[in-house]
Design a protein around this ligand. Structure first.
Ligand code: GDP
Ligand code: MG
Length: 300
């Protein structure tokens, strides 16, 4: 493709401590022959997907809005740095009017045609206290679109990480409870059995996109547990890429999936044969028997 990919200048906006860590991580990936990464960002509306994309790139590349609903189309932002290309795909929220918006999902799938998803960021807020059936439906819709394997390449991002937990819970306790609840929903929605996880559970990463995010002595944005979150997020992404699983190639077959009208067609001859031998034959035999048994009427 001859399209010109912009230089990743946003990286220079990061404090030098973050820049050093990021370049180190990119260097490591290049050593493993990973020269490009495509990150797909999904989740419900208003959870901070677009803000997270902007935070990673270090520029305001996609629109963020508290009140408006998002545009209907996904947007891919590509940046290159020292021979490494980063693609981040921001998507519209998957929920509308209390349901998963299948049309939005369809548009996302078509947008992704012939692309390989290296990492899925499933975004939600840390400062939400409940998970419900809708969360499960969103996870199920993602799973049905891209296959269960997408979760080998998935991580959960929790935005709004700078909060004071309610009910006198410690931050760590609150974080682990919220992560556990969400991961449970992800496992249920993705129909992943606990024993299938092979100990490698889906990582959960804290994110704080707000300009009022606290900073450490190196001027890096930190979440309340003290972690500089941008390098931590990139580190977790790099670990996922190196975890031995495969990226998800979105091809025509994956997008179109098994045609529901075709599904089950192979059973039709079997069912017909069954009906013939076990039902039609039986009835015929019963009639024959009846005729044979029938004693001749007296008048004959
Ligand atoms: P999207 O609909 O998932 O793309 O969400 P946006 O990125 O557009 O964010 C929705 C609103 O939440 C905006 O007003 C953002 O400024 C705000 N927001 C997003 N992430 C954070 C965060 O980590 N902390 C805080 N305090 N606000 C956030
Ligand atoms: Mg958005």
């Amino acid at each position: 493709m001859a399209s010109l990919i912009r230089e990743w200048t946003g990286i220079q906006q990061f404090p030098s401590a973050t820049q050093t860590k990021m370049l180190e991580l990119l260097g490591k990936l290049k050593q493993e022959n990973v020269n490009s990464l495509t990150i797909l960002v999904m989740g419900k509306g208003g959870v901070g997907k677009s803000s997270t994309v902007n935070s990673i790139i270090g520029e305001r590349v996609v629109a963020v809005s508290a009140f408006q609903s998002e545009g209907p189309r996904p947007v891919m932002v590509s940046r290159s740095r020292a021979g490494f290309t980063l693609n981040v795909i921001d998507t519209p929220g998957l929920v509308e009017g209390g349901y998963v918006n299948d049309q939005a999902l369809e548009i996302i799938k078509r947008f992704l045609l012939n692309k390989t998803i290296d990492v899925l960021l499933y975004v939600d807020r840390l400062d939400a206290y409940r998970v419900d059936n809708l969360d499960r439906q969103v996870v199920r819709a993602i799973t049905e679109s891209f296959g269960k394997e997408i979760w080998n390449r998935g991580l959960v991002v929790l935005t709004h990480a700078q909060l004071s937990p309610p009910d006198a819970l410690s931050y760590e306790d609150f974080f682990s409870r919220r992560s556990e609840a969400l991961l449970k929903v992800v496992r249920m929605g993705a129909r992943i059995k606990k024993q299938d996880m092979q100990g490698s559970s889906i990582p959960v990463v804290l994110v704080e996109n707000s300009g009022r995010c606290n900073k450490n002595d190196c001027d890096e944005k930190i979440v309340p547990n003290g972690t500089a979150w941008i390098p931590n997020l990139v580190k977790t992404i790099a670990e996922i890429v190196s975890n031995g699983s495969k990226g998800i190639l979105v091809d025509k077959k994956l997008i179109e999936g098994p045609n529901p009208n075709e599904r089950g067609k192979i059973w039709i001859p079997l069912i017909l044969a069954f009906q013939y031998f076990f039902i039609v034959k039986r009835i015929q035999r019963a009639i024959k028997d009846d005729i044979a048994k029938e004693s001749k009427p007296a008048w004959e």
